[in-house]
Design a protein around this ligand. Structure first.
Ligand code: GUN
Ligand code: ZN
Length: 431
């Protein structure tokens, strides 16, 4: 029989969306969680769980927050080494920093090095699942999946497809994008904890033929996610509309090529037209908010309050290296700040939900990851709520647990991450 471990602390579990019901009705705290064979077995009191699992090992984290590992719903692992590159807006930033770096991923050894570095950096920050773009090179996809598989980690990733407006060496064709994506999907999708995502970078770098080809691939594999970018900057939108004069709006450049379905993940989606907002909701497609990227590249303010009030599925993500941090704590802080600028102060419970269950639901993996509930994967992060003197002195003043958690969201970094469990396996401990 598989061994059981009981982790104690302030164990957070969501039973509803904290956007739909009161925080107290959505978020429950337990004394302990039991994990068996890579899955959550039960939540309860210490007495209850030690009675049910008398031979379990116990790992105690008094005063710490024990919760599902963070789920980063949109990242570019190949941009790890160019994070925090100065002074450009989107299209210039892609041409100056991103494309030259992505050219290097034809070299499998370089791809393997950066894949490992990205998974190290994100795990150290408490992220246990990532949905990432790779580069146009199939080797970049093999490298990322190989590394994640060796770690027993749940990863969603795909070959980025681009057949125009990108330099030689980074362009594929409509046919090769289809063939390579299909071969990678057949090799990796559903193997262990790996999921293949069909990945057109965005409309400006794909011809209508390539969008069509990827639309048919998705129609053949509707259980796969499809990830892309949508309406990130206003000059990008103008560029897209000039390139697709027949399209009703930016979303329509995907829709008319079979690239709008449930399972679609549209990164950024800041400057949406009313029709786009309605269609995304009707279809049940997800948008992914990337707040540190939106401020860093100067893209604009995503209106989380309105999107959630309308019932839009929203994930949360770093978007590294357009995003300026590998940390989902820093990402939640930026989401809070953008919420303030758009008139919605997000509660700590809403931020933690977005960074876990919100992203999981966007990925159609709710119930599997992003929440500590019986049967879910045992991906766990343990957060020290007093990890620096500045945070500790504020936490000491807190009147309740949520007030104690919020300073770590706003000011915490990898020092707040005491422990991470991936698939029930403990990764590292306090120094
Ligand atoms: N739009 C198309 N490609 C990218 C990218 O790599 N990063 C961001 N932030 N936006 C994009
Ligand atoms: Zn992106």
């Amino acid at each position: 029989m598989a061994e059981t471990t009981i982790i104690t602390g302030h164990v957070l579990s969501f039973v509803a969306q904290p956007f739909d019901v009161n925080i107290a009705d959505a978020a429950k705290f337990h004394e302990a969680v039991a994990i068996t064979g890579g899955h959550v077995a039960a939540l309860g009191t210490v007495a209850d769980l030690t009675r049910r699992f008398p031979h379990a090992a116990c790992v105690d984290h008094p005063g710490k927050l024990v919760m599902a590992g963070f789920v980063d719903a949109h990242a570019h692992y190949p941009q790890t080494a160019i994070i925090a590159s100065w002074g450009k807006r989107l299209i210039d930033w892609l041409n100056s920093y991103t494309f030259p770096e992505e050219m290097r991923f034809g070299d499998p050894a370089y791809a393997a090095e950066i894949a490992a570095r990205h998974l190290d950096l994100t795990a150290r920050n408490g992220t246990t699942t990532i949905c990432s773009f790779c580069t146009t090179h199939p080797a970049s996809v093999d490298a990322y999946f190989t590394e994640a598989q060796a770690r027993g980690q749940r990863i969603i990733a795909g070959k980025t497809c681009m057949d125009r407006n990108a330099p030689d060496g980074l362009r594929d064709t409509a046919q090769s994008a289809y063939d390579d994506s299909k071969a990678l999907l057949d090799r990796w999708h559903g193997v262990d904890r790996l999921t293949y995502a069909i990945t057109p970078r965005f409309s400006p770098t794909s011809t209508p033929d390539q969008l069509d080809a990827l639309g048919s691939l998705w129609a053949q594999h509707p259980d796969c996610p499809m990830q892309t970018h949508l309406s990130e900057q206003t000059d990008e939108i103008e560029w897209v509309m000039g390139m697709f004069p027949e399209a009703r709006d930016y979303l329509d450049t995907y829709e008319r090529h079979g690239l709008l379905r449930p399972g679609g993940l549209y990164g950024h989606a800041i400057h949406l037209e009313p029709r786009e907002r309605d269609r995304l909701r009707e279809v049940g497609a997800a948008v992914v908010h990337c707040p540190t990227s939106n401020t860093f590249i100067g893209s604009g303010l995503f209106d989380m309050g309105r999107r959630k009030a309308e019932g839009q599925i929203v994930g949360l993500a770093t978007d590294t290296g357009g995003g300026s941090s590998f940390s989902m704590l820093r990402t939640m802080a930026a989401a809070y700040e953008i919420g303030q600028l758009t008139g919605t102060p997000l509660h700590a419970a809403q931020l933690l939900w977005l960074a876990t269950q919100g992203s999981a639901e966007a990925l159609r993996m709710g119930g599997v990851i992003g929440n500590l509930a019986p049967g879910a994967d045992a991906d766990v992060v343990v957060l020290d709520l007093a990890s620096t003197p500045a945070i500790a002195q504020r936490t000491a003043r807190a009147d309740d647990l949520w007030e104690a958690v919020f300073p770590t969201i706003m000011m915490g970094d990898d020092r707040a991450v005491s422990e991470v469990w991936i698939g029930g396996v403990r990764q590292f401990f306090d120094a």
